[in-house]
Design a protein around this ligand. Sequence first.
Ligand code: S3P
Length: 165
Amino acid sequence: MQNLYLIGFMGTGKCTVAKVFQEDYHMKLLEMDEEIVRQEKRPISEIFATDGETYFRDLETELVRKIQAGSRQIVSCGGGAVLRAENVAMMKKSGKVVLLRAKAETILERVKSSSDRPLLNGNMNVEYIAGLMEKRRAIYESAADLVIDTDGKSAYEICKEIMGG
Ligand code: S3P
């Protein structure tokens, strides 16, 4: 089995679904944001504030380059990891790319209590989330080998749907 890359907007359940894959399919779990935080020894919000978004995106590209060399990994990608075409190309070459989607209302419920998503700090509302999602929609959809709508589904159901069961 190749790698499985879960992509999609913040709060679409990538981490939760990835954990089910780790437990039920014994895949190696890689959470991109966590890896970057571990490597940089500081939170995402601090990376953005001190070094800017481009620096963070460079870290993501470097990380995808490392990840693609492995196999049988379940990768929970940062919401913006597919914004660079070169990242998408590396993902597609080394695995299957699955897009998780959710309604803006669902996303807001899931992300509103966190302050470590710099793009949403000060923008915690349905209108902003829906607008940014719409801006990214074509990129997400063209990167995906499979698209899953997650609203109202459990992580286990989503996992089964991805595996075609
Ligand atoms: C981002 C999503 C976040 C994190 C960073 C930027 C984005 O990851 O990488 O805050 O641009 O959508 P999650 O999707 O895991 O929240």
